[in-house]
Design a protein around this ligand. Structure first.
Ligand code: AHM
Ligand code: MG
Length: 336
């Protein structure tokens, strides 16, 4: 490129976090340091996913996680990388991971004031096919005076201080939102090794005729869920039915929905009355991102997803999230 066309006003994630910190006069810098540790784990995971086939990391690791799913080698590696990043940050008191049955307490971090929940690799059934997967994270602050207990993480999404995800696709995309703030998207520049602000203040379109759901489960759906999705396949006067898009990696389906609008759902059904996706590290952080981008997220009872309080760390919920108007439509079918 011509030298005069090179952008010299790049906003890196580092710069963005520093500027955010300055805006909050009471900030100690701990949150910023925690985010630096997070982004480093995303860079590492992105790096290993990209090299997976070359260095023989695809396939099963020969162990299974809490729910008996077979774990992939990359699931195990990413989990280890994430845990190590949180431990070494010194700012994380406890961690809940999809791959760990129990809460991990980092006792060595005396000044740690945060509790983190994560799904190190979401959508891992897609890994070996080279389809996009992602890491989801949710950050809570410890209660005043607490040195870190399970109660510090068993909180509704309304209490989250920040959440987001990184999608490992054609490039790694990091989306982050903070309490009371907007949603910002960063793209990893592999040459610079930095996340660059490429999608400032992301806003979900009010509506878009795209739906994303595993329709193979429709046999088990409640009638109002069936009726809602059937209605999308009818052509309105002079219009077209909705398009179906389902990747099977929530992070990738959610990222597309965030950009284009529409709906992503994983409803509770007669076979899985509590749904499939986990509240702490799948539903709540995504719901925060969607709400802060102008969309909505509800559970299968049409309760605001962010107000759902988990009893156990791996509790699940049905979820419908997407464009504001589309979720209103889902609610209207529930009432019928
Ligand atoms: P995982 O965390 O074990 O990868 O499972 C979560 C994934 C989501 O990314 C995705 O939305 C869903 O499971 C797909 O499930 P299904 O194959 O039942 O459609
Ligand atoms: Mg998952």
């Amino acid at each position: 490129p011509h030298m005069e066309n090179i952008n010299t006003h790049i906003v890196t994630l580092t710069r963005f976090l520093t500027e955010e910190q300055i805006k909050h006069k009471e900030a100690t810098g701990d949150f910023t340091l925690l985010c630096h540790a997070l982004q480093f784990s995303f860079k590492q995971i992105a790096y290993y996913i990209r090299r997976a086939t070359l260095v023989n990391l695809t396939g099963l690791a020969g162990s299974s996680n809490t729910t008996g799913d077979e774990q992939k080698k990359l699931d195990v590696i990413s989990n280890d990388l994430f845990i190590e990043a949180m431990r070494s940050s010194g700012k994380c008191a406890l961690l809940v991971s999809e791959e760990e049955e129990e809460v991990i307490f980092f006792n060595s971090s005396a000044n740690a004031r945060y509790a983190v929940a994560c799904d190190p690799i979401d959508g891992s059934s897609n890994l070996d096919a080279g389809v996009s997967v992602g890491t989801i994270f949710a950050i809570h602050k410890l209660a005043e005076g607490s040195t870190g207990t399970k109660e510090d993480i068993l909180k509704p999404g309304t209490e989250l201080v920040a959440s987001g995800f990184t999608m490992y696709g054609a490039s790694a995309q990091l989306v982050i939102t903070m309490k009371g703030g907007g949603v910002n998207g960063f793209t990893l520049d592999n040459g610079l090794g930095e996340f660059i602000l490429t999608h400032p203040d992301m806003r979900l379109p009010r509506k878009r005729a795209i739906y994303s759901v595993n329709e193979g489960n429709s046999l088990y759906w409640e009638d109002h869920v069936k009726d809602y999705f059937s209605s999308l396949k009818e052509a309105p006067e002079g219009g077209k039915p909705y398009s179906a898009r389902y990747i099977g990696s929530m992070v990738a389906d959610a990222y597309r929905t965030l950009l284009y609008g529409g709906i992503f759902a994983y409803p509770a059904d007669k076979k899985s009355p509590k749904g499939k996706l986990r509240i702490l590290y799948e539903c709540a952080p995504m719901a925060m991102v969607f709400e802060n981008a102008g969309g909505q997220a509800v559970d299968s009872h049409m309760n605001r997803m962010l107000e759902v309080v988990p009893e156990h760390i791996h509790d699940k919920a049905g979820i419908f999230m997407g464009s504001y108007d589309e979720i209103e439509k889902v609610k209207s079918f529930h009432k019928k």
